[in-house]
Design a binder for this molecule. Sequence first.
Ligand SMILES: Nc1ncnc2c1ncn2[C@@H]1O[C@H](COP(=O)(O)OP(=O)(O)OP(=O)(O)O)[C@@H](O)[C@H]1O
Length: 254
Amino acid sequence: MNALSLIDVTVGLSGRTVLDSVDVTFAPGRLTVVIGPNGAGKSTLLQVAAGLRRPNAGRVTIGGVPLADFSRRHLAKRRAYLPQSPQIDWAISVERVVALGLTAHLPAFGALLSSWQSEIEIALARYDLIALRDRPATRLSGGELARVMLARATVGSPDILIADEPTTGLDPRHALDAARRLRQLADEGKTIVVALHDLDLALGIADDVVALKDGRVMGAGPAGEMFTETTLSALYDVDTRVVRSDDGDTIRFL
Ligand SMILES: Nc1ncnc2c1ncn2[C@@H]1O[C@H](COP(=O)(O)OP(=O)(O)OP(=O)(O)O)[C@@H](O)[C@H]1O
């Protein structure tokens, strides 16, 4: 079972309550989009869900088992986390960065398994990185680096993928491509959690939506029930229209 749950989670930073009694479950086989205005607590929620930040109160479980009961290696195999502004600090090739996503799967000592090379090839191809494979990751555009980090996060086939604004900086084709990949992973049964500001992209891929405002869950549920003019207007404090068309719905802020 790969349901990821935050149970009564509260986080305080520098004396401020950033997440306040958050209860939310991310279900396997579903893509959940976390939305909300700047500073709502989305990144903090994702960091807590990934086990990278300890809550001041409450707990996080995978399949009912507290994160604290997983070894670091086991947790690293089960879930991948993609930060909002990924950085590579030294010149390492694109291919090596993608290979880092397999670290938890590799033996700690001895020869590397050549069978993993095919997984790396697949990940490079999926994110349109074949031509960039030998480039230093420190010399990429923001969008190219975002694709590299997506490939790294998914190369080890984690059960749970937590991604913070993974399409930021991607051009329309690559953003759509990445969104479709995330959708596909959910369809394969993975638990996918994505913070997104691009609501039109979210509309196209989300099963469920968690709306955060001022550190609290303002609403959570199936995308069809959450992407309404009333909910979005209240969430962002701006008049919102959901425009229906044969090509799909779009959201306009007025
Ligand atoms: N280290 C920190 N110390 C104090 N406050 C912090 C710290 N990190 C974040 N915050 C505050 O916590 C709140 C939530 O931040 P968070 O990054 O989770 O929001 P967000 O919803 O992801 O925002 P954005 O959409 O701008 O990325 C913000 O008010 C932020 O200023």
